[in-house]
Design a protein around this ligand. Structure first.
Ligand SMILES: [Ca+2]
Ligand SMILES: [Ca+2]
Ligand SMILES: [Ca+2]
Ligand SMILES: [Ca+2]
Length: 333
């Protein structure tokens, strides 16, 4: 099947203009047509490359904890926060809003995530990222959970789904620069780049507006820095639609099946996730006293094709503060 022959109504990636009209057109196809779109991709892959992965008629791929990534589901918000900030920083009032399998800790990430260990929040299940990459469009897990009102502003007029959020307060004696390291990954890569299904990540520091979101594309990206971190803002284009321009490609690590080759060639990172950002450092300025940080991620437009955020444990630091505040333990580098 030639994807270029599909009617335009099933080719939301056709419209490459980053405009509300494009987003509306893409979102308007809804979840059922979108599932059909995934099946179209799979059918096309099967027709053009026998070695390509398919969900139909293919034996399950064994995925084992610990051969690469290893995950531990954690539902205790305070435990997640302590992993993130370490013992020196004062924290309180940690809360977690997540599906049962959507939050936890990981190890073994040096060659995959970009750092050894940390916490992970997912719009699906955290173990869904275990390798190898068996599908270029794994549906992941639709928890049929609500989204997050604070994240909805980024996908207006559509909604978010399967939101996963960790919120806590931390203390600084005076306004301080706070930083932490993270990686965003998604199964939306690359076939839904520019298609309007831009899963949402935000780190809200002391507020819930767009200006308080410090989950942004930062150095070493050379093209568009400072924009919110998302599929559409960090990618090397859309493999199935060459007219979709790459954005911040130098900060993207592709892990997608390559259908330009015949037979298709598998990705190299030992994870189901089809694409990752490089390691970014979130940065913001605190206020004197107690501060609130809300870490949140959600599916956009529907609940499938999950995204994850990985945050390096012990990386939450206050660089100008006394040396005893915040430090990166060697095991999490
Ligand atoms: Ca994909
Ligand atoms: Ca989901
Ligand atoms: Ca995949
Ligand atoms: Ca999604």
């Amino acid at each position: 099947m030639n994807l270029a022959t599909l009617p335009s109504s099933t080719r939301p990636w056709e419209d490459t203009q980053r405009s509300p009209a494009r987003a509306a057109a893409a979102h308007s196809i809804g979840i059922v047509p979108r599932l059909a779109l995934v099946l179209v991709f799979l059918a096309a892959a099967a027709a053009t490359a026998e070695a390509a992965p398919t969900r139909d008629g293919r034996p399950p791929v064994a995925k084992t904890q610990g051969t690469g990534l290893a995950f531990e589901i954690v539902s205790d918000a305070a435990m997640l926060v302590q992993c993130l900030v370490g013992p020196e920083l004062q924290v309180r009032n940690a809360t977690l809003s997540a599906a049962d399998s959507a939050a936890g800790k990981f190890t073994g990430g040096v060659d995959i995530i970009g750092f050894g260990g940390g916490i992970v929040l997912s719009t699906g299940t955290i173990t869904g990222a275990l390798g190898p990459n068996s599908e270029f469009g794994s549906e992941g897990k639709d928890h049929a959970r609500a989204g997050d009102a604070d994240l909805d502003q980024f996908v207006d007029p559509e909604d978010t789904f399967d939101a996963c959020g960790l919120t806590f307060e931390f203390f600084t004696d005076q306004p301080r620069t706070i930083t932490f390291d993270y990686v965003f990954a998604s199964e939306e890569y690359s076939e839904f780049v520019g298609a309007g299904f831009d899963d949402v990540l935000a780190f809200f520091l002391n507020g819930n507006g767009a200006a308080q979101n410090i989950a942004r594309v930062t150095a070493p990206c050379a093209t568009v820095t400072g924009v919110p971190t998302s599929v559409d803002n960090v990618n090397c284009g859309n493999q199935f639609e060459p007219t979709v321009p790459a954005v911040n490609c130098n900060c993207y690590r592709d892990n997608e099946w390559n259908f330009a080759a015949f037979p298709s060639t598998p990705p190299t990172l030992d994870s189901e996730m089809d694409g990752f950002t490089k390691v970014f450092t979130a940065s913001g300025t605190s206020v004197a006293g107690w501060n609130t940080l809300k870490i949140a991620i959600a599916d956009a437009g529907d609940g499938i094709l999950d995204s994850n955020v990985y945050i390096r444990c012990q990386s939450f630091t206050v660089p100008a503060a006394p040396a005893s505040w915040g430090r990166v333990k060697a095991g999490y580098r």
